[in-house]
Design a protein around this ligand. Structure first.
Ligand code: BV8
Length: 251
């Protein structure tokens, strides 16, 4: 299921961009959004992951994020996260561009992680913008207030909100410059993030999708591997080690 072409390309690549979604964290016990039994099967995104919902009912939205924080704070990186971090052993520059807000790529040791949709461990005041990154807030049941009178909210990008400009600009740069782009564990339907693999394709990158299911990206990708991140990424690492060892022996 993993082509020799891909492994050979990886051994010659200067920059590999790994674009990830909730599927990469599924094997760490963090629910996805749209897969079977995912978050959106229980809640309506428009009722929760948007500013109007927070302004209308800050306590309800805060509680939803506290419940997710409890899962994320107890989650550990899985074999897929570690294999993605391990790519740096073979490729001079690996950039992880993630839609995930759980911080697991950083915890797995990836050196460059671009968080397009924010980070669930961080907060800021909706009214004055002051940051609140103190850890005790992560277990605070009641939505906290800022001295300015505003409500404190998770530092994540909600529907209808712009992505952090520095993050999306750097992500677009990594999509344009990379030799290979992996799209791993994403349904490829949330924009503008979903446009990044297409930007990489237009810029001449070799695009590989890893997902147990088909997505709107499948028909555009050079390769679409039907499998889970926690199995396929470690297999790619194993094949890379096999390919690289003969060259080391030849020294
Ligand atoms: C914006 C909050 C300006 C954080 C989320 C065109 C251009 C620009 C915007 C839009 C556009 N068209 C529509 C829009 C509006 C909207 C949008 O994209 N809507 C979609 C639903 C149609 N975009 C926005 O609002 C963005 N803002 O552009 O502002 C603007 C606004 C309005 C109109 C124009 C311009 C903001 C988007 C961010 C929204 N925030 N969540 C949080 O609480 O987490 S969305 C949510 O979806 C998460 O952030 C998540 O990261 C994101 C993507 O989901 P995935 O990560 O792909 O997860 P999903 O469950 O969907 O899929 C998991 C996949 O994994 C599946 O394919 C499954 O098969 C696979 N899988 C499962 N297990 C495994 C696996 N794969 C591998 N291994 C496994 N083990």
């Amino acid at each position: 299921m993993i082509s020799r072409t891909l492994i050979e390309r990886l051994t010659n690549a200067r920059l590999v961009t790994v674009f990830t979604g909730a599927g990469v964290s599924a094997e760490s016990g963090v629910a996805t959004f749209r897969a079977q039994g995912g978050l959106w099967s229980k809640f309506k995104p428009e009722e929760l992951a948007n500013l109007d919902a927070f302004l209308a009912n800050p306590q309800m939205v805060w509680e939803w994020y506290q419940a997710r924080r409890e899962v994320v704070l107890n989650a550990k990186p899985n074999d897929g996260h570690h294999a993605i971090a391990g790519l740096e052993e073979f490729v001079p520059h690996v950039s992880v561009v993630t839609q995930n807000i759980d911080g697991l790529h950083t915890e797995a040791g990836s050196s460059e992680v671009i968080e397009l949709h924010g980070n669930i461990r961080k907060n800021f005041c909706q009214n004055c913008g002051v940051r609140y990154d103190d850890l005790e807030l992560l277990t605070e049941h009641h939505v906290p207030s800022c001295p300015c009178g505003g409500n404190i909210r998770p530092d994540v990008v909600w529907f209808g909100e712009l992505l952090p400009s520095t993050a999306i600009e750097l992500a677009e740069k990594r999509a344009k410059e990379c030799n290979i782009l992996f799209s791993v564990g994403t349904s490829s339907i949330v924009w503008p993030a979903a446009g990044l693999p297409l930007l990489a394709l237009d810029s001449g990158a070799y695009v590989v999708e890893i997902n147990p299911a088909q997505t709107p990206l499948t028909r555009h990708a050079h390769e679409s591997i039907r499998g889970t991140s926690g199995v396929v990424m470690p297999e790619i690492m194993r094949l890379l080690r096999e390919m690289k060892i003969p060259s080391e022996l030849s020294k």
